[in-house]
Design a protein around this ligand. Structure first.
Ligand code: ACO
Length: 429
């Protein structure tokens, strides 16, 4: 008869331990009983970068990296991208079920009526340098928002928690749009609550002298689908940061500023910006083979390729490739697309990439669309952070409600010097 346990024999002592298996996983704390002497600390597992360590149980997002599957709360990303909209998906991610009509209407109302920011937030953003990176402005402003809503520290109060969640989802497009207008030296545009979530964002970015801004419906929908694709991605670097910071019971604004900071890096959400800069540097399809040679010689990375979890085509990249055609029909074709397609074609045939299961990830094509929509390159990580807000917050709530969770505090293997006595400066060699 099979048993759901793992037997471990410690060859230092000859002792065998039987460790329970749950969900194909062992509990790392069960290793602690493995000791050579009763006074030992006990066995630990070593896993830098959490490559094989589950830090939580979760019911939000499912990924099968080998098969290229992504689902939110069980719903395939392809169906959500085709049939839903960002605010509905945000509700699904946060509350676990698709909303009824009445629930959706209330949710949409609540979000669209929290879009304004305090005037002092506007002043605060105004003091950044004219060429400040919008992601730096975004991170700093989200952190500063904690000082405007001190009740956000009451994190165990469900009603207060929901209020901060609504505020954050509602206000991040406003903060993002202000950071963009600041970098262009343009006056900030206040939200228009008659427009959709994405339509209002476009309004705050683009509105000039017109009395009523009318978003282009194709671009509005394309951006909304991009927001759906970026809404959550289980325990990625930014989300892990959100959970770790939140585990010390800090307020959601401060925790989210940390999550956004993690997202900013070029190995994570900053990759969309890095991809565009890479494509511009390559400049022409004829330079692609030379560039690929450099990647294979380890001189640089092919940005927008590879993923910790996906060892197959990122399903989000597939959907983005389809949206590109709709966007280009409105904006004109982005010539960088030809370079990207050639990079992908060569990489998918080349042994270096095949052997390492390197496929395009979400960031490979998103930047090309954003650029065609006339977003400056520096705005790309911000465009990732807006929709990821709901994922961070849903994961934060799940962490707070999980009785298994405690303050995050990894262990280390200390390999430094043993105890030694202080040497006065004059006696040092
Ligand atoms: N270009 C060239 N080689 C690569 C790339 C790449 N983009 N990605 C991975 N590799 C190589 C590594 O050098 C390594 O080779 P080796 O085994 O011979 O040493 C092998 O593929 C495995 O890669 P790791 O770095 O071990 O994979 P890891 O899971 O740690 O990293 C990551 C994943 C960070 C995404 C990596 O693929 C990368 O740097 N990609 C480029 C940046 C990028 O596009 N990031 C966005 C990811 S999506 C997101 O975060 C939203």
């Amino acid at each position: 008869m099979t048993k759901n346990t793992l037997s471990i024999t410690d060859n230092r002592t000859g002792q065998t331990y039987e460790i329970p298996i749950e969900h194909d996983t062992i509990n790392a704390m069960d290793l602690r009983q493995i000791k050579v002497n009763p006074g030992d600390f006990g066995m630990m597992s070593y896993d830098p970068a959490f490559k094989n360590t589950a830090s939580t149980k979760s019911t939000i997002t499912y990924i099968d990296g080998g098969k290229g599957i992504l689902r939110y709360r069980g719903y395939p990303i392809e169906q959500l991208a085709e049939k839903s909209n960002y605010l509905e998906v945000a509700y699904l991610i946060l509350f676990g079920e698709l909303p009824t009509k009445a629930q959706y209407d209330q949710w949409e109302y609540d979000i669209l009526h929290h879009t304004f920011v305090h005037e002092n937030i506007k002043q605060l953003m105004h003091v950044f340098r004219h060429d400040a990176h919008p992601m730096g402005m975004f991170i700093a402003t989200v952190a500063a928002m904690s000082t405007f809503y001190p009740e956000g520290r009451d994190i165990m109060n469900e009603a207060e928690r929901l209020k901060q969640i609504q505020r954050l989802i509602a206000k991040v497009p406003t903060v993002a749009a202000f950071s963009y207008r600041h970098s262009r030296g343009l006056p900030y545009v206040y939200p228009d609550n008659d427009l959709s979530y994405t339509g209002n964002f476009l309004n705050m970015l683009d509105k000039m002298t017109e009395v009523k801004y009318k978003p282009n419906p194709v671009l509005e929908r394309a951006l909304d689908v991009l927001f759906i694709l970026h809404a959550d991605h289980e325990q990625n670097c930014g989300t892990a940061a959100m959970r770790v910071i939140g585990s010390s019971h800090t307020d959601p604004y401060t925790a989210m500023a940390g999550a956004a900071a993690a997202l900013y890096g070029p190995l994570h959400g900053g990759a969309n910006e890095a991809v565009l800069r890479m494509l511009l540097e390559i400049g022409d399809v004829k330079h692609v083979p030379e560039f690929i040679k450099g990647v294979k010689n380890r001189e640089r990375l092919l940005m927008g390729f590879g993923h910790r979890v996906y060892k197959n085509y990122d399903p989000r990249a597939k959907i983005i490739k389809q949206i590109a055609d709709q966007v280009f029909a409105e904006t004109g074709r982005n010539p960088l697309l030809d370079i990207a397609l050639e990079l992908e074609r060569i990489a998918l045939e080349d042994d270096f990439f095949v052997q390492r299961n390197l496929y395009p990830n979400v960031d490979f094509y998103s930047g090309i669309i954003y650029q065609a929509m006339r977003f400056p390159i520096a705005m790309f990580p911000v465009l990732f952070a807006i929709p990821r807000t709901v994922g961070w917050l849903a994961q934060w709530v799940e962490m707070l409600k999980d009785p298994d969770q405690k303050i995050a505090r990894p262990r280390q293997i200390y390999l430094g010097p043993d105890v030694r006595d202080y040497v006065p400066m004059e006696a040092r060699g």
